[in-house]
Design a protein around this ligand. Sequence first.
Ligand code: SF4
Length: 193
Amino acid sequence: MAFQAALAALAHECSTCQRCPLAQGRQQVVVSRGNPLARLMLIGEAPGAQEDELGQPFVGRSGQLLDQLLAAAGLDSNQDAYICNGVKCRPPGNRKPTALELAACRPWLQHQIALVQPQVLVLVGATALQAVLGLKGPISQLRGQWQFFEGRACMPIFHPAYLLRNGSSQPGRPRDLTRADLVAVREHLLALR
Ligand code: SF4
């Protein structure tokens, strides 16, 4: 009960946040979806138009593809994962969040990680990698390589928005690589049981 109350308090405090200029253009603060009791946390970049409208992360076309990729790896996005973003408010025109915006929103992300206590993080796209680990670099080189954050294994993967533009599922192509990365995540979770 205390856990649910803490989650509700976080969502309430976050919903009135004015820490960075993104507060001015948002319809609503997009905190999370999925299962806060999950052992897996997915962290993306920022809400897009549909997320801003519906108040949940990864519910547009990118989110649907992410759900499909997770399902193909044997993971249910709502049961097996807690999903959030590096920044909780939509950047205008869907631009990348700035380093200052990521830093301003970081305490919320840190609070979510502290509450949910995931065993494994999936960092969805290069901006999430920067937001969590401070790592900058081509996601094409960093994806699929386990990293660590506060003792937790972190798997960087391509952002599904990129995969929507690169639709081939042929072996070795980005979608196939992402599928393999998510299978590695599932196997890691199974090994941790
Ligand atoms: S993006 Fe984060 S820090 Fe900026 S206003 Fe929204 S919740 Fe606050």
